[in-house]
Ligand binder design. Structure first.
Ligand SMILES: [Zn+2]
Length: 290
């Protein structure tokens, strides 16, 4: 179990759920979690860049939630509080980290919605899973995400949802550091397949989530026994090979967007072990060496 202590929740929560929405929406066994990112620049351009894909949204990697059917979902208020404290922790850690570099940290907002909603990056649906939109500087979370991860709260601890929030916040950090610009500039340059560039970008986000985990643990005793193993297991579960195997029974590396299970776990660990931004350079090495 993640230790939330008495730390204050973030105030950067936007609740766009209708009043009276159920605590437990109908469970969707096949719900996807797309730890996605929709660009700071022209989201629509992505869909054009990536051959064979119909829209920018399909370019987003889709990752399946760890769902444990039949588990009792925690009450919504409990989950809201959890997400708000974890978001607060990302603000505490990234503010301090940015200060080291003399730059102010402007936190993203975390928006709760139910079913579907609109964003500066276009329509957002629950199927996408948690998503960051750079235009809005917002992370979008649907109620069913909470339902889907509730199994983890009960069965496998609650670190995976914290890691997912940290990964989405990492995309915002990438926007602030200019790494998102590198991503889109390289896509425009066209020297490397767009999906490979996205793998670089996503693995960097996993690494940044690892840095956050390490620093939050040092600062607040965030982790309790088994949490880090849960995080690594979650990173593995969300690997492209694992998802493709589950969805289609075949692995096609040429279409990876987030990296393999091994890569995701390794980059999360690199960030966690070092706790340093320098460990998260996924741009300079050969793609095969990532
Ligand atoms: Zn991502």
């Amino acid at each position: 179990m993640v230790n939330l202590g008495n730390r204050s929740p973030s105030r950067n929560i936007v609740d766009r759920r209708p009043p009276g929405a159920p605590d437990r929406p109908a469970r969707s066994r096949g719900m996807m979690i797309g730890f996605g990112v929709i660009g700071a620049l022209a989201a629509g351009a992505l869909g054009v860049t990536v051959t064979g894909l119909n829209s920018a949204l399909e370019f987003i990697g889709i990752e399946r939630a760890l769902i444990a059917p039949g588990m009792e979902a925690p009450r919504r208020a409990e989950i809201d509080d959890f997400a708000a404290v974890i978001l607060g922790d990302t603000e505490r850690i990234w503010s301090a980290e940015f200060e080291r570099y003399g730059a102010p940290y402007q936190p993203p907002k975390l928006l709760f919605y139910a079913g579907q909603t609109t964003s500066g990056c276009g329509a957002i649906q629950a199927d996408f899973g948690p998503i960051y939109c750079g235009f809005d500087r917002q992370i979008f979370l649907d109620l069913s995400f909470f339902d889907a991860v509730s199994g983890d709260f009960e069965a496998r601890g609650d670190f995976p949802p914290a890691y997912i929030i940290a990964h989405e916040v990492a995309h915002h950090v990438q926007l602030l550091t200019g790494d998102m610009d590198i991503f889109y500039d390289r896509i425009d340059a066209g020297n490397e397949p767009a999906n490979q560039l996205q793998v670089r970008f996503e693995l960097q986000a996993d690494c940044l989530a690892g840095i956050w985990t390490k620093q939050a643990d040092q600062a607040f005793d965030l982790l309790e026994e088994g949490d880090i193993e849960e995080g690594i297991a979650a990173a593995r579960a969300f690997g492209d090979d694992a998802i493709q195997m589950m969805d289609r029974g075949v692995i096609n590396e040429a279409s990876f967007t987030h990296g393999s299970s091994e890569q995701r776990a390794e980059w999360f660990k690199s960030g966690y072990d070092s706790g340093e931004m320098a460990a998260c350079d996924t741009w300079t090495q050969e793609y095969d060496a990532l």
